[in-house]
Design a protein around this ligand. Sequence first.
Ligand code: ZN
Length: 245
Amino acid sequence: MSRIALISDIHANQPALEAVLRDIEQLQCSAIYCLGDIVGYNANPVECLELVKGLQIPTVRGNHDEEAISDDNPQYMNPVAYSALMWTRSQLNEDHKKYLRRAPFQRIQPNGVVLVHATQDKPNSWAYVTNCDLATHSLNMLVEGRFLCFNGHTHVPRAFIQHDGAVHEYELGDIPLYKEFKYLINVGSVGQPRDGDIRASYGILDEDTMTFYHRRIEYDIAETQRRIINAGLPEMLATRLSAGI
Ligand code: ZN
């Protein structure tokens, strides 16, 4: 049995990550891959980093991970993200930063599965794949028999599938995988879903049946919200979790 869990955009939400890890354990996955943004927004960046590191989960770098290890002043961030970033930087020690610095922008796993945070064509430009045109650039990068790329970044679960000469967009669900097609699958966000569903989102790749399964997991949102408020982070970061935005 070969099941691989794909998690993304944990964003320092420890209760959500722990609930997802429990589900992964129950499903007896043989590996976990992480698509970046372990930190940022919520109140447990250190705990989440240590969980990912402790489980030796291969991970790529997300834009919030990148900002957390940099000293620059990101002008593009909105005020809420910016103040969460400054707080996050104050929490991380050199070891945590070294760990994030080692995370590459892209990974091609031994099974040919490609992992990126944002896009495959320019992984460190942090573009958002929100339509078929934008997905095409990433899908065209799938060469040499590779046909499966997983990403995150938008916090909105989606599948972009190239078949019959065009790219099609689908709501994420359980998807049969064919080697003749190409897939860009956004697994959604563990720690800050933005598709109106407040449950943590992640995915399972079953390599025996060649099927992707979308998982939604309930977690203790009130506890995450308490931690955000207690840390002095912007209240909006807590309220958005109960709206899934
Ligand atoms: Zn993110």
